[in-house]
Design a protein around this ligand. Structure first.
Ligand code: HEC
Length: 86
């Protein structure tokens, strides 16, 4: 079940990889995510304003799952990160 839910969480990202290199397409795709996610640089600069239901996605590529400091993740995502999910 844990693997299934993580797979579902990552699928939208994989779809986005098809557009790698085209920021306009990515910005448009992000409309689906911004009700819950913002993209905010460490210094507070907003790349994309968004909701706070989900964690800040700045630097998400290459980051251990469930590791954004200060966000209260579900236990399964934290466990997946602990098991090595990036
Ligand atoms: C309805 C709200 C909502 C929407 C819409 C949403 N997310 Fe999320 N997202 C969340 C929540 C809540 C979490 C944390 C889940 C947990 O803790 O188990 C999360 C977690 C994530 C994570 C893992 C982050 C980490 O630090 O490990 C990624 C990546 C992610 N979302 C990407 C996306 C993308 C890409 C989209 C749009 C295609 C999207 N989300 C749309 C609520 C949402």
């Amino acid at each position: 079940m844990r693997i299934l839910s993580v797979t579902i969480a990552v699928l939208p990202l994989m779809a986005s990889f098809a557009h790698a290199g085209d920021p306009a397409v990515g910005e448009n795709d992000f409309k689906k995510c911004k009700s819950c996610h913002a993209i905010t640089v460490e210094d507070g600069t907003a790349i994309q304003n968004g909701g706070k239901t989900g964690p800040n996605l700045y630097g998400i590529i290459g980051r251990t799952a469930g590791s954004y400091e200060g966000f209260r993740y579900g236990a399964e995502l934290v466990a997946a990160g602990g098991a090595g999910l990036i």
